[in-house]
Design a protein around this ligand. Structure first.
Ligand SMILES: Cc1cc2nc3c(=O)[nH]c(=O)nc-3n(C[C@H](O)[C@H](O)[C@H](O)COP(=O)(O)O)c2cc1C
Length: 240
């Protein structure tokens, strides 16, 4: 059985956090600054638009990561951001569907952050999509849980940008290769934003990696605070 702990109870647990609980797992969710709920906050004249962001992080070998580790460090503690490491949460790939659906309901923006693996995501993110985005919740006649939310793919790629074009080594742009992610989001009634894509990440020196991480943090903060840069196209990295 899942228990939704009330805001008042959460204050007693830890001020400033909402908590979704089940018998095994507690998940702390940063509360939006204006303390409002759901899409109705957007467009309000009295309150600034502030979005709660869920970063679904999928890296199968974080201990060997440079790029995603730097990007993760740049956003994991930001106010308004819930950073959720899927491989740490589900080492046996047994995704807790009610927990994940509760997390989705509690946020306005979903970020799929991962290295590009075979022109797609590491397998646990696919498993997450397969089991969490189920009929009746994510799509179907009466499924409204995800409608109006936003999705951002945040990708690191080993290949250079010029390899990702017609006639190039990889023949397609990253944007084209991400079409299954885009259409998945759209089928669920979500707005798929221009992805954050970092190319040639293995060639980035420490300064370039720092700049990349700052660009990512800026994009996430802009999304959270509903500034135009949040939805804009982002090209990052790109060492040859
Ligand atoms: C199994 C696997 C598949 C990969 N597939 C691709 C790919 O399709 N395109 C690409 O540009 N890089 C590919 N790479 C390179 C990774 O994207 C790159 O190493 C990663 O983004 C580096 O990030 P990290 O430092 O966080 O690990 C692949 C790497 C692995 C291990």
């Amino acid at each position: 059985m899942r228990i939704q702990v009330s805001t008042q109870a959460c204050e007693a647990i830890r001020p400033g956090l909402d908590v979704v609980a089940n018998p095994e797992v507690f998940v702390a969710i940063p509360r939006a600054r204006d303390d409002a709920r759901g899409p109705t906050r957007r467009g309000s004249n009295s309150n600034p638009r502030v979005s709660r962001i869920l970063v679904l992080f999928a890296h199968p070998a974080l201990h060997r990561s440079r790029a995603n580790a730097a990007l993760a460090d740049a956003v994991r503690s930001l106010p308004g951001v819930t950073f959720h490491d899927l491989y740490a949460a589900y080492p046996h790939h047994l995704v807790d569907v009610p927990r994940e659906q509760a997390l989705l309901r509690a946020h306005d923006v979903v970020v799929w952050q991962h290295p590009f693996h075979w022109y797609s995501a590491p397998s646990l993110l696919k498993e997450w999509q397969d089991v969490v985005l189920e009929h009746g919740f994510a799509y179907g006649d009466d499924a409204t849980a995800l409608r109006g939310k936003r999705v951002l793919s945040a990708i690191t790629a080993g290949g250079p940008e010029e390899a990702y074009q017609a006639g190039g080594y990889n023949r397609f742009t990253v944007r084209e290769l991400l079409v299954p992610f885009e259409q998945t989001a759209r089928l669920c009634g979500m707005e798929y934003l221009e992805p954050f894509v970092a190319h040639s990440v293995r060639q980035l020196d420490a300064d370039a990696l720092r700049a990349l991480a700052e660009a990512y943090r800026g994009r996430i903060e802009a999304l959270r605070d509903d500034r135009p840069e949040g939805v804009a196209e982002t090209r990052a990295g790109g060492a040859a």
